[in-house]
Design a protein around this ligand. Structure first.
Ligand SMILES: Nc1ncnc2c1ncn2[C@@H]1O[C@H](COP(=O)(O)OP(=O)(O)OP(=O)(O)O)[C@@H](O)[C@H]1O
Length: 379
């Protein structure tokens, strides 16, 4: 681990910026016209009972298969998505009470929104094609700080363009988005977010669309900016290697999501070098550069490759229908990640197998599952 990683890792618990407690987000499943006439709307459980804190100068990388709820959780963390259940607080202020004007509001919603920014996978789509970079970057500053002089505003924009390597800044400021490469557009999106002096930036698949050679460069830039501006990052990726790189270098955490739940979380080296949740093992298997033995193993370590429907997730442990270790108890009792997982620097996994005294070890293995003895019995 780098010196930098050690420094940021030890300060994580000190100043909580965002706190999510038992947050769930449900959506009404989109239906076709005919379906909506005849069928009751179905509910998609996009995020289920997640508790997580983001502290100052923190990095949380969320990974998991498509549709597991990464974006929904990320948007809930930055106050863009309203939770169906649970609370989301910014420095102790309930975000949605602030939005609705309920109770004593200590931090106005506008200030919360400004402090929580987002950059998307496709920066081109997020930039107005008919506006020069300068106009795009001036707009949010004019809104949040109308008193700022044009001279100061531009000086700030040029300084940040310069900081992200867009030199000379005056040249880039007068370009239209189509006159920029994908990597440059992503830098503009980053500058736009940073101009607000945010506490947290959600980077949703922010490097996925870039050429491989640009990905590491862009992640290194995010790391430098995170340190320089004391900004926390929630980094979403379906690519475990990218997520590991960013979380590892920043001394942050990696959170593995499956069907709306965080199933394992902790320092990336612990989570990925010695996964405790069987689903983390599957993701590791699927990432060849993380698991050299995967090359020799022809089949993935799952009993079924079918991902269950989030409208009707499996009972008990949601992974039990695919888990190669599942036993009867997993079909009825959901393992918990534990309260300490929200802030802990140590790794936590939601699997009965992490408890050597759990009734799991006496429970009947499901069809196709080989019985293993409990770690206690093996001692
Ligand atoms: N606005 C919405 N209306 C209805 N369903 C939604 C909505 N947004 C997300 N969902 C559903 O919620 C679940 C989680 O979606 P989400 O986009 O958060 O997952 P994800 O892990 O970010 O996926 P991806 O990697 O494909 O972006 C999916 O089943 C998705 O179809």
């Amino acid at each position: 681990m780098s010196d930098r990683a050690t420094t940021t890792g030890t300060t994580r618990d000190d100043d909580v910026v965002m706190s999510l407690e038992n947050v769930s987000v449900d959506f009404e499943k989109e239906q076709g016209v005919l379906e909506s006439l005849f069928d009751e709307p179905e509910t998609v459980q996009a995020v289920s009972d997640v508790s997580i804190d983001i502290s100052e100068n923190d990095v949380l990388a969320l990974v998991g298969e498509s549709g597991c709820g990464k974006t929904t959780l990320g948007k809930t963390i930055i106050g863009v998505q309203r939770p169906t259940e649970g609370t989301v607080s910014y420095r102790g202020q309930d975000v949605w009470d602030a939005k609705d004007g309920r109770g004593d509001v200590t931090v106005p919603f506008d200030d919360i929104r400004r402090s929580l920014q987002m950059i998307h996978q496709d920066p081109g789509a997020a930039l107005n094609p008919n506006r020069k970079v300068l106009t795009t970057l001036e707009a949010p500053l004019k809104k949040w700080d109308p008193e700022m002089s044009t001279e100061d505003r531009r000086a700030r924009i040029f300084a940040l363009l310069d900081r992200v390597g867009m030199e000379p800044p005056e040249d880039y400021a007068h370009r239209f988005p189509h006159q920029l490469s994908g990597g440059e557009q992503q830098r503009i999106a980053l500058v736009r977010a940073l101009l607000m002096n945010p506490d947290v930036i959600l980077a949703d698949e922010a490097v996925s669309a870039l050429d491989v050679s640009l990905r590491v460069e862009t992640m290194n830039l995010l790391l430098e900016l995170q340190e320089q501006f004391n900004t926390s990052f929630v980094f979403i990726s379906h690519n475990l290697s990218n997520a590991r790189y960013l979380a590892q270098e920043a001394g942050g955490r990696i959170g593995i999501m499956y069907l709306g739940e965080i199933v394992e979380i902790g320092p990336p080296d612990e989570v990925l070098n010695d996964p405790q949740h069987p689903y983390t093992k599957v993701l590791r298997w699927a990432t060849a550069d993380l698991d050299p033995t995967a090359q020799e193993m022809t089949d993935p370590p799952v009993r079924s490759i079918d991902i269950p429907d989030p409208v009707n997730p499996p009972s008990g442990c949601r992974f039990h229908t695919r888990c190669p270790e599942a036993r009867e108890v997993c079909t009825t009792t959901a393992p918990e990640l534990g309260e300490e997982a929200a802030t802990a620097s140590e790794r936590c996994a939601a699997c009965h197998r992490t408890d050597p005294d759990h009734e799991y070890w006496e429970s009947e293995p499901l069809d196709g599952v080989e019985a293993a003895e409990s770690p206690t019995l093996n001692d």
